[in-house]
Design a protein around this ligand. Structure first.
Ligand code: M6R
Length: 599
């Protein structure tokens, strides 16, 4: 039991990792709780030292602090006053202070600063009042405002775990003589591939041989068991030292898979759903809303959609989308992009759009995630589990989908003729080989990383369709190496940032052969003449950029509109190696988590 929970937590550690804990129900129906500040490895060590009794049920948690500092007391599980109820929680309880005050007036004493502890005490209170477990749970969850996925252990029901979902993901794994509950699929993959995805405002009662689902009014619900396609090894590092490296290397395979899936007889198939096709043809404006790397993919998407489908596109941070009086009408389509499908900023953006009566198309990796489920239409990017906090393979897969979408829509609208479509499909088919050709140069990129890994700041520059590549390259480096890195539109340097440049600055410039090559070359020269050290990502055989660059990374030649899928890969590798050389925890950088489920 203990090891099942610890292995599950290890697979979820990418979602949060400042402290962790576990609660086990022993054979005498007593709950044992162990919590630890630090990583799962620290918890594991403590568990080995403590040698806990065999358990019949258990829950565990890895935390990314929102309410209350990172201390053992604030780690989960949190327990009630009697020590009979233990709870782990993802999300935020917005009205916890008000509930805490109410409970303190009734004599409850709190050991932590968390919002989660309030839930344990509230349930304790309602169990006394109701005497019935389901009724007490229903009453408790209806008092909570905010977002929550809960797992609850109660020593009066020793063979049972209760799960609750509201706006934070939770799934049930249906095993042989065992039931599992987790916030993400990788946690249960070694046990089962049969899952039940809980919907919002659902409660599940699990026993070793079955599960029953209720709504927030206590009414029973029927749920479908789904077989998932991922394998346990998809969520393992395999021979790679880090998930990030494994995922960078998976990019040719992911693109190949998507080519097989979405291109048939030389034609893209994304819009084979006639409703989706009709909707896209009818819209005269797209707003892409996303966060982080997914937003950068959206920025590339803007160039692609405007070029091929001639639809005006706006790209907004989901976290800012909420705060604007965006001018929209029913011919505006919202496109949400998200790897996890659970980013709260993006989910809230989607809900805002839907509340305004707009239609939403989402481009998502995780099947059946909240964003996928709440959208009118979904296109999956099929990247497989992405565990490293730094998003890599999802980014190139998102751009691939946006490229295909733009081409297909452009073709349907008559802006892309058959010959042009044929040219692009041929170019697309070569992408997996070209991606592999870049990966073969990894040793060279590692050598470049060696040269610059001690620098304390970096600038990333790009122009046109590779301007987002510069933003993404900078994000990759800063989030995993903690080096200050800024991405800029190369043409903007002369409007201010050029003043920063001296011989201490490595400047990564992305300048493959495109229509903006000469202009970007001039920008590179502006940096070169001020003493900046240029690390240039260029098309194979480019002698001109070589002359002014300190380091060169070549990528294979491709059409301008496909270059972002190739040009980002050396920057992912550069960030990876630099972070590694600086001794950083590549897969789990400090202060951030893989899935940000808070606003
Ligand atoms: O799961 P999402 O694509 O919605 O996540 C959005 C961002 O949180 C994510 O891309 C983040 O910026 C990554 N850590 C970047 O590598």
């Amino acid at each position: 039991m203990e090891s099942t929970i610890v292995v599950g937590l290890e697979r979820l550690e990418y979602r949060g990792y400042d402290s962790a804990g576990i609660a086990l129900m022993d054979d005498e129906n007593k709950i044992f709780t162990v919590r630890k500040v630090g990583r799962i490895a620290d918890l594991k060590k403590t568990l080995e030292e403590r040698q806990l009794p065999p358990a019949r049920a258990g829950i565990g948690h890895t935390r990314w602090a929102t309410h209350g500092k990172v201390t053992e007391n604030n780690a989960h599980p949190q327990v009630d006053s009697s020590g009979k109820i233990a709870i782990v929680h993802n999300g935020i309880i917005e009205n916890y202070l008000e509930l805490r005050k109410e409970l303190e007036e009734k004599g409850h004493r709190f050991d932590s600063e968390t919002d989660t502890e309030v839930i344990a005490h509230l349930l304790e209170e309602y169990l006394k009042e109701e005497g019935d477990y389901l009724r007490a749970i229903v009453k408790t969850v209806n008092r909570l405002e905010g977002t929550f996925a809960l797992a609850i252990l109660n020593s009066d029901y020793p063979d049972m775990i209760v799960g609750v979902r509201k706006d934070s993901p939770l799934i049930v794994g249906v095993g042989e003589g065992e039931m599992l509950l987790a916030s993400d699929i990788p946690a249960i993959l070694t046990h089962t591939k049969r899952v039940v995805i809980l919907d919002n405002e659902e409660i599940v009662f699990l026993t070793p041989d079955g599960f029953t689902v209720y709504d927030f009014q206590g009414n029973k619900k029927t749920k479908e068991i789904k077989e998932i396609e991922w394998d346990a090894q998809d969520a393992d590092k395999g021979p790679y030292p880090h998930f990030m490296l494994k995922e960078i290397y998976e990019q040719p395979k992911v693109i190949e898979y998507n080519i097989q899936k979405y291109i048939r007889d030389g034609e893209p198939l994304l819009l084979k759903d006639l409703n989706l096709r009709k909707i896209l043809l009818n819209k005269n404006r797209f707003i892409i809303q996303a966060a982080g790397t997914s937003l950068h993919a959206g920025l590339v998407g803007r160039y692609l959609i405007e070029r091929f489908a001639k639809v005006p596109v706006e790209v907004v941070y989901s976290s800012e989308f909420h705060h604007r009086e965006t001018i929209i009408d029913d011919r505006t389509l919202i496109i949400s992009i998200s790897q996890s499908g659970e980013t709260m900023d993006t989910l809230e953006g989607l809900r805002l759009a839907k509340n305004k009566g707009l239609e939403v198309l989402s481009i998502v990796n995780v099947v059946d995630s909240s964003i996928a489920r709440e959208s009118d239409y979904v296109i999956y990017i099929n990247a497989g589990p992405e565990i490293g906090v730094a998003s890599t393979k999802a980014y190139t897969a998102q751009i691939f989908i946006l490229l295909l979408l733009a081409l297909e829509l452009g073709h349907l609208k008559g802006f892309v003729d058959n010959d042009e479509l044929k040219h692009y499909i041929e170019e697309i088919r070569q992408l997996p080989y070209k991606l592999n050709a870049i990966l073969y140069r990894d040793a060279h990129i590692q050598h470049i990383a060696e040269k610059y890994h001690k620098s304390n700041h970096f600038m990333f520059l790009g122009r046109g369709i590779n301007y987002p590549t510069a933003l993404e390259g900078a994000l990759k480096l800063k989030e995993i190496s903690y080096i200050h890195a800024t991405g800029y539109a190369a043409g903007e340097m002369k409007h201010g940032p050029l003043a920063l440049i001296d011989s201490s600055w490595p400047v990564v410039i992305v300048n493959p052969k495109t229509s903006v090559y000469e202009k970007t070359f001039s920008n590179a020269n502006e940096v070169y003449t001020r003493g900046g050290k240029l690390i240039s990502v260029v098309t194979e055989g480019d002698e001109k950029m070589k002359d002014i660059s300190e380091s060169i990374i070549e990528i294979p030649q491709t059409d301008e509109y496909l270059t972002p899928i190739l040009s980002i890969v050396p920057l992912q590798l550069l960030a990876y190696h630099i972070a590694n050389m600086r001794g950083c925890d590549v897969d789990k950088p400090r202060n951030i988590a893989k899935v940000i489920t808070v606003l």
